[in-house]
Design a protein around this ligand. Structure first.
Ligand code: SF4
Length: 359
């Protein structure tokens, strides 16, 4: 098994934390601001609920300033209305929006508008209290023979990486404990490229939270700035499994760059070394190939002009989404080479793992 000390895990430290007036009126919002101030981070109490921040005129500096900013806000009712989020889960639940890492393929580039600050929601009680209305309402999990036993599933990683924010926010721990005492067939899910799981290990999770480590080969680390090393993520996942959590691997995005067979072969062997000896492990795998839209490519090209991530049309075909937009996915030949490779290697290295989907 991989031996990586937990203390080396990456912890995000924003340069400033701002809080709106409504967020400061809530205990969770105040606690986040006090935690930040206690760590010597610049904190700003805004006089209203409008976030008005000045950014540098230089786009590169403006990006860096925004990425180093955490805003504590209140999620309005529109953000608390859950959306279906196939194939990962029945429903998307957002505890925050935005992420401090710098992945040159990040899908948030096409989803979130404006400067890339991270917003965390202060009204976490209100968000969680809204979830029982969705119990038994989902269609993704109940229709899957391999997942029906998990009940109604709620995905917390669609618009953020909740573990990245956890040291300052505590939102993920709050949600895990809340699901732990929810006496129903439900599952909270989160996936992460971070590794600071220490605060989660002792929680009364009740087996109702599944953590997945979002992993890519070390050889592709150049595409994942500001994240924990892959070996740290696998080590963190092992410790979560030992603490009784259901766990998983999100291999995403699968990048068919030169040398991908060796790179992903090594990754899967490393995952086998980290997890393969755990008897009775509840382990899933999600396989997501790289894709992009014209909009996300334009934003990513401006944020990471030097990235070597291939977003030309080579090896790509155009796919229409159910919303009428277009995305570029790998073409049929590339997909035909990738899919059996992953299935074969995973069943050899981690025979206990259940593959949930390929996309
Ligand atoms: Fe985006 Fe995930 Fe990377 Fe954060 S860790 S920048 S959410 S891909």
């Amino acid at each position: 098994m991989l031996d990586v000390p937990a203390s080396r895990a990456v912890t995000w430290r924003p340069r400033r934390v701002v809080a709106t007036r409504s967020a400061l009126a809530l205990p969770h919002g105040r606690a986040i601001l006090e935690r930040a101030a206690g760590q010597g981070i610049d904190v700003v109490e805004l006089p209203s609920d409008r976030i008005t921040l000045a950014y540098s005129e230089d786009p590169k500096r403006a990006y860096a300033e925004a990425k180093a900013t955490l805003a504590v806000v209140v999620a309005p009712p529109s953000k608390r209305r859950l959306q279906p989020i196939a194939p990962s889960a029945d429903w998307r639940v957002d505890l925050a929006e935005g992420c401090p890492a710098h992945c040159s393929y990040c899908y948030l580039a096409g989803s979130l508008k404006g400067p890339p600050i991270t917003r965390v929601y202060a009204n976490i009680e209100e968000i969680l209290d809204g979830l029982p209305a969705y119990l038994g309402q989902g269609t993704v999990t109940s229709r899957s023979a391999t997942r029906a036993h998990e009940g109604t599933t709620f995905e917390a990683s669609c618009y953020t990486d909740p573990l990245a924010l956890e040291p300052l926010t505590g939102s993920l721990s709050t949600a895990i404990a809340w699901f732990g005492q929810w006496d129903a067939e439900v599952q909270l899910r989160f996936t992460t490229k971070f590794a600071s799981v220490d605060p989660l290990l002792g929680l009364a999770h009740g087996g109702r939270t599944r953590m997945r480590a979002s992993v890519n080969p070390s050889a592709f680390a150049r595409f994942e700035g500001g994240t924990a090393r892959v070996s740290e993520r696998l080590s963190a996942l092992r410790r979560m499994a030992l603490a009784g959590y259901p766990v998983g691997l999100t291999i995403a995005p699968i990048i068919a760059a030169s040398g991908w067979q060796d790179a992903y072969g090594t990754l899967i062997e490393d995952a086998g070394a980290a997890l393969g000896d755990l008897a009775g492990i509840d382990l899933t795998v999600e396989l997501i190939t790289h894709r992009f839209t014209a909009g996300s490519k334009a934003v990513l090209d401006s944020w990471y002009p030097g990235s070597s991530l291939d977003m030309t049309g080579e090896n790509r075909s155009t796919k229409r989404t159910k919303f009428g937009t277009e995305k570029q996915v790998y073409d049929a030949d590339t997909m035909r080479a990738l899919r059996p490779f992953f299935q074969d290697r995973l069943s050899a290295a981690l025979p206990a793992a259940r593959i949930l989907y390929w996309t």
